[in-house]
Design a protein around this ligand. Sequence first.
Ligand code: ADP
Ligand code: MG
Length: 231
Amino acid sequence: MLELNQIGIDYDAPDGVATAVASMSLNLARGEIVCLTGPSGSGKSSVLRAIAGFEPIARGCIRIADEVVSTPEGLVAPECRSVGLVFQDYALFPHLTAVQNIGFGLRKLDADARTRRVTQLLEVVGLQSCARKYPHEMSGGQQQRIALARALAPAPRLLLLDEPFSSLDEMTRLNLVTQVRSILKQSGCTALAVTHDHEEARAFGDRTVAMPNPSRVQPSPDPFPARAAYA
Ligand code: ADP
Ligand code: MG
């Protein structure tokens, strides 16, 4: 379902180019949940953004369902990738209710179909009681389940989760990890989740993958190595 083939991600830096991810390869089978771990700054979020289509890649190739979506030469637009995103900080629209948040990505559906789909997703995450609530009226765990419902509503081929549980307290976190895992398994969604905790990764994923080393930002090799010889 997802294939990263030796991808590399670079950022512009004051002194040239900084390599955030040197080379990374990864394959996810359909319906598989994989957790991605690695120290802060190792490029995990950059990899998710590249898969979603928000970040260009400098090397390699990304395929989703056998379709090439990223190469150094070009990108398929994020909205054409059928990829859902869930972030650490819920990122719900504060001025919209739970129902309106979930329905946000369903504007192409007519009103009836949209209502049916939103109702279905509220059931999936078990929050019918929060339908008319605004984000500030819900707990952190509830908000994160609404964020998950919003991401799942358009039935994405692939779900990307960037530290989705890290801003929750311990009890909520452990409960939610197992709940969200079973929701994803029921929906058959393929998912890649950044998790900073190994125990959480074991509970949530079918397997865990570590960011390759070295992948921290490092200056690219001096393009004029001869200079050093004269320095
Ligand atoms: P992680 O999610 O593993 O903590 P990130 O992907 O956020 O790592 O960042 C990897 C490295 O790339 C970091 O050193 C970060 O400073 C750098 N980086 C991330 N985003 C940008 C950006 N937009 N511009 C420049 N450097 C960036
Ligand atoms: Mg990150």
